[in-house]
Design a binder for this molecule. Structure first.
Ligand code: VTB
Ligand code: MG
Ligand code: MG
Length: 330
């Protein structure tokens, strides 16, 4: 093995823990502003913190899913270069505070989220809506399909799981745009669990139904969040499809500029996130998968889910941070 290849092999392993620092720091920053009713302040704190820590990573990184275009987002904008540089050229998808409203109201499942993969490995999605469907691992390929009816998907899932349909629980965001979808799922006999926000967490929940009670995710949410969720599922396993909702000429034009030729394309998980994907999510508020940040007398504790697709290793990193100052320093 050449020296460079050997270093890259080491780096690949180190990166798993390095990414944890990034989401931990963003989560702690946001958590300090939990429950204050100020989405913007919490989001900004998470963005600042994530950026500082990202810029310490020994990578030549480009943000491809970020906080928006350069003119509308001063930091972590799409195209921003992060890291200390070097030969490890990667693309990054991030959401320093996924579920800003959840954080502002101190409700479950807001997360600090980051995904890293090789250059070109992430769908460069514009910030529009995406229609999504996802299930966890252990089912035959192609069991669910975005173009099948909700009833067909639910019935196929119940059959494959070997349970009556009324034991299937579908997670859907509570939005007027989902009225027909919710009705169609309920008509099968399945249960619908409504969430106000946070479909990255929602989709990850499908990967562990015994713990979360969620069998399937359906519905329309943010496209950036869709790419992040696909990156997570690439690591844990599961199935996901998404389709951008490009319902105006302006959106189609924005998508074209980002390299999307077919506005109606149905993307599967690997078309949204390919290569060796690293994914980390730290809980900001408590959730069914991750405990949120705790501010104790002598230490801050965090819980992070970190995974790598090449090895399929899934780690839960519970960290105690006695040195509170480290989160304030440059
Ligand atoms: C979606 C969803 C996110 O915000 O972007 C949602 O993907 C916004 O949806 O997880 P609406 O425009 O319908 O409010 C989240 O729930 C939180 O960022
Ligand atoms: Mg955000
Ligand atoms: Mg978000």
């Amino acid at each position: 093995m050449s020296k460079e290849a050997a270093w890259n092999a080491v780096l690949e392993r180190i990166l798993t823990l390095e990414v944890v620092r990034v989401t931990e720091r963003a989560a702690v920053a946001a958590a300090r502003l939990r429950g204050r009713g100020d989405e913007k302040a919490a989001d900004q704190a998470a963005v600042d913190a994530m950026r500082k820590e990202l810029n310490r990573l020994p990578i030549d990184g480009t943000v491809v899913i970020g906080e928006g275009e350069r003119d509308e987002a001063p930091m972590l904008y799409i195209g921003e270069n992060v890291g200390t540089g070097g030969k490890t050229k990667v693309d990054i998808a991030l959401d320093p505070l996924e579920g800003t409203t959840l954080c502002a109201k101190n409700q479950p499942n807001s997360l600090a989220v980051l995904a890293i993969t090789e250059r070109g490995g992430l769908l460069n999605a514009p910030d529009v809506y995406m229609d999504k469907i996802a299930i966890g691992p252990g089912y035959p390929d192609g069991l669910i399909d975005l173009d099948a009816s909700p009833a067909d998907n639910i019935l196929a899932l119940a059959k494959a799981k070997g349970v009556p349909v009324n034991e299937i629980n579908a997670l859907i965001m509570d939005r007027p745009r989902h009225a027909a979808l919710i009705e169609a799922v309920r008509a099968t006999g399945a249960a619908v669990q409504l969430i106000t926000d946070g479909d990255v967490a929602g989709i990850i929940h499908t990967t562990n139904p015994d713990q979360t009670g969620v069998d399937i995710y359906l519905g329309i949410g943010g496209a950036p969040e869709g790419v992040l969720a696909a990156a997570a599922l690439r690591c844990i396993g599961g199935q996901m499809q998404g389709r951008l909702i490009l319902d105006t000429e302006e959106k189609r034009e924005r998508a074209r500029r980002m390299g999307i030729a077919d506005p109606n394309k149905k993307y599967d998980m690997s078309e949204m996130a390919s290569g060796d994907v690293y994914f980390a999510a730290t809980g900001v508020t408590d959730g069914s998968l991750l405990t949120g940040v705790r501010f104790g007398r002598d230490a801050v504790t965090t819980e992070t889910l970190v995974m790598r697709s090449a090895t399929r290793t899934v780690r839960w990193v519970k960290a105690t941070h006695p040195l509170l100052r480290k989160f304030e320093s440059e």
